[in-house]
Design a protein around this ligand. Structure first.
Ligand code: URP
Ligand code: ZN
Ligand code: ZN
Length: 458
């Protein structure tokens, strides 16, 4: 059924104006004032509401075997949580173990998502080893429309790759015109510092941050940038958490290295004192890179406002309390992750726009448009214009509420943002023209989501 969203204020990365939006099939076909209503059209009155382009989370983990267990969300729970929070597309990290084939892993991840996602999705292909079979497999994966890679410079002995594999991956990426996303921490330093702290009896979650301090991340950024420079590849730093790492990235950018920077909502809003909470509650706040000293947040918000940090994702990686307890007595065994797929947009709006840290256009840009541009989805996604997919968020800026485990759709027994007050919330969310969220609740088609195939920069 065609859909007309009337009387709302459309806000994109560069414009705000009052207009109606008409949607036929999956696409925005008309935007204008006082559009007429053809028979059989569903009309949504958006008076007093903002209409944003569907938000894009460029960094999530849904199916994730990690640290001896599996992340809790399925594509069904994760995509529905994304949608009630206004995210209409996510890009999932496909992370086969270093012992597994890239292509087998890719097929497995695709099979997990297919028919189970309520929102659209794409993948970053994790390169966790590079042997004689990898290159041909990666070419096949890119030809299938998964046009970005992911490498881990952290997690020695698990997802982490060595410099030879990094060089080969970047060289191939350069040839194919594929961007390489990277987790940038020095894996060896982390491993050595973890061992030292444990040998000193420092075993609780509060020691996670000291085991991978800011300098270790800055070193990882510098290392990655040097390899990008040598190969001419395009890079994207995921979940950048602190000022020294930011400086390392900006220094590389200033000398012409092609780097885009992402931060994630936990680093912008939480700090390392959360991981120091007593009675092992701190384990809920263990992620990598770790939550940092609060003084970093001013630099992150300022860089985000300037556009030096381009995107804000979540790094959604949900592990419940029982899973976190696998690390009691040894913080290196606490599964890493602070889930936020449901809350990213509301938190960014509240801490950013409401509190005067972020212009509303930059908010849309950072939470949607830039991800679409960087990862080859624009203008199909990331904006609200004629011809774009009709992924829209009717947002109520007057809503006031509190985040809570009880109310969430994420499949988890806690919420790292429990009790946080938010200003604003999605009321209606559409995915390619279909209403998936109404009055803030998921009401849609559980299998609406499609794999988004992307071209390369060539
Ligand atoms: O703590 C995190 N970040 N967990 C997920 C894996 C990763 O490094 O992205
Ligand atoms: Zn990571
Ligand atoms: Zn991640």
């Amino acid at each position: 059924m065609p859909l007309l969203i009337k009387n709302g204020e459309i806000i994109t990365a560069d414009r705000r104006y009052q207009a109606d939006i008409y949607i036929e099939d999956e696409t925005i076909t008309e935007i204008g004032e006082n559009l007429s209503v053809p028979e059989g059209t569903e009309v949504i009155d958006a008076s007093g509401k903002y209409i944003f382009p569907g938000f894009i989370d460029p960094h999530v983990h849904i199916y994730l075997p990690f640290m001896g267990t599996f992340a809790k969300d399925t594509h069904e729970t994760g995509s529905q949580a994304a949608l009630v929070g206004g995210t209409t597309t996510f890009i999932e990290m496909c992370c086969p173990a270093g012992s597994e084939d890239a292509l087998e892993g890719y097929k497995l991840w695709k099979s997990k998502a297919e028919g189970n996602a309520a929102c659209d999705y794409a993948f970053h292909m994790g390169v966790t080893r590079f042997d004689e079979t990898t290159e041909a497999q990666l070419r096949e994966i890119v030809a299938d429309g998964t046009a970005s890679f992911k490498v881990f410079l952290a997690y020695k002995g698990a997802f982490g790759i060595d410099d030879e594999a990094l060089f080969k991956t970047l060289t191939l990426a350069r040839e194919l015109g594929v961007i390489v996303t990277a987790h940038t921490e020095n894996a060896e330093l982390v491993a050595q510092m973890q061992a030292k702290l444990l040998s000193e009896g420092k075993t609780g979650p509060e020691w996670h941050e000291p085991s991978r301090p800011e300098s270790v991340e800055a070193d990882g950024v510098h290392h990655f940038a040097t390899f990008l420079e040598a190969t001419g590849a395009k890079g994207y730093i995921v979940h950048l958490s602190c000022e020294p790492a930011l400086q390392a990235a900006l220094t590389a950018k200033a000398r012409g290295v092609d780097i885009t920077i992402e931060s994630v909502i936990p680093h912008l809003t939480l700090d390392k004192t959360y991981a120091e909470r007593p009675d092992f509650e701190g384990a809920r706040y263990v992620m990598s890179p770790p939550l940092r000293d609060k003084r970093n947040q001013g630099a992150l918000w300022a860089a985000l406002a300037r556009g030096d940090i381009s995107t804000v994702g979540t790094d959604h990686a949900p592990f419940d309390t029982a899973q976190k307890e696998m690390g009691k007595g040894n913080f290196t065994r606490i599964p890493n992750g602070i889930p936020a797929i449901e809350d990213r947009v509301n938190l960014l709006y509240t801490y950013g726009v409401s509190r005067g840290n972020l212009d509303i256009h930059r908010f849309v840009d950072a939470a949607s448009t830039q991800a679409a541009k960087v990862f080859g989805l624009y203008p199909r996604k990331g904006t609200a214009q004629v011809g774009s997919d009709a992924d829209l968020v009717v947002y109520d800026p007057a809503y006031r509420g509190t985040l809570s485990t009880k109310a969430q759709r994420m499949n988890l027994d806690y919420n790292g943002f429990e009790g946080v007050e938010i200003d604003g919330k999605p009321e209606i969310v559409t995915v390619r023209g279909r209403v998936q969220v109404r009055d803030g609740a998921f009401v849609g088609d559980k299998a609406r989501g499609r794999l988004l195939r992307r071209g390369t920069g060539r």
